[in-house]
Design a protein around this ligand. Structure first.
Ligand code: ZN
Length: 214
């Protein structure tokens, strides 16, 4: 296994706003989140020259901007394992995904090299994934980095959608604070740039969210 402590995560961004990530594993790749419709063509094009398969699709949560290509990817890759938080499985179906997930995730599970963390709030079954190999914390929409890092529960005039879509704001902030205990070297989110050495910025964002709620 190669250790690449300073390698930023492999990101695919649609329309400059919606991120997904490819996590290399010995047996192929794991895709974190499935973006908007049409992402499958981009992912398949990135996969092809590597000669390695896309094995798993792990969803941070089942909102429509993170699941748009689930069905198309599964259709193109019938062996793809589709994984979602156990408390988001109903939302996944409500939001129109036809595929039945292969495995329902909760804290303590693993997805390849990724450790599954429960981070409910933005959605009932929202998850984060931590890659101990390179220190990347894939935190979905618990934090948003447009235009700067903040917890998704905090109002954001420039990019309001994650806040408006948040299921439980107070619980989102609680989950964001729990992520401060993860020794993250990179913070990779559903929206905005990857943050290197993110812990101080995450702490400031959590404190702002807690102040706003007090
Ligand atoms: Zn989102």
């Amino acid at each position: 296994m190669t250790r690449q402590a300073t390698r930023p995560p492999l990101k695919q961004t649609q329309f400059g706003l919606v991120n997904t990530y490819l996590v290399p594993e010995e047996d192929g790749f794991t895709l974190i989140d499935a973006g908007l419709p049409g992402l499958q063509n981009r992912i398949l094009a990135v996969m092809r020259p590597t000669g390695r398969p896309l094995r798993r699709l792990a969803l941070t949560h089942a909102h429509s901007d993170h699941i748009g290509s689930v069905d198309a990817l599964k259709k193109a890759l019938p062996d793809l394992e589709v994984l979602v938080g156990m408390n988001d499985v109903e939302l996944l179906a409500e939001n129109g995904v036809k595929v039945t997930p292969d495995r329902l995730l909760r804290a303590g599970n693993s997805v390849g090299s990724l450790r599954v963390l429960d981070t409910p709030g933005h959605s009932p079954g929202h998850l984060a994934f931590f890659d101990e190999r390179d220190g990347t914390l894939y935190a979905g929409d618990t934090f948003v980095n447009i235009p700067r890092l903040r917890v998704a529960s905090v109002s954001n005039i420039i990019f309001p959608f994650p806040t408006l879509a948040t299921h439980d704001a107070a619980q989102t902030t609680i989950s964001a604070r729990l992520l401060l205990d993860i020794p993250a070297k990179f913070l990779a989110l559903g929206h905005g740039r990857v943050v290197a050495d993110p812990l101080n910025a995450m702490r400031r964002a959590v404190e702002l969210a807690e102040k706003e709620e007090a």
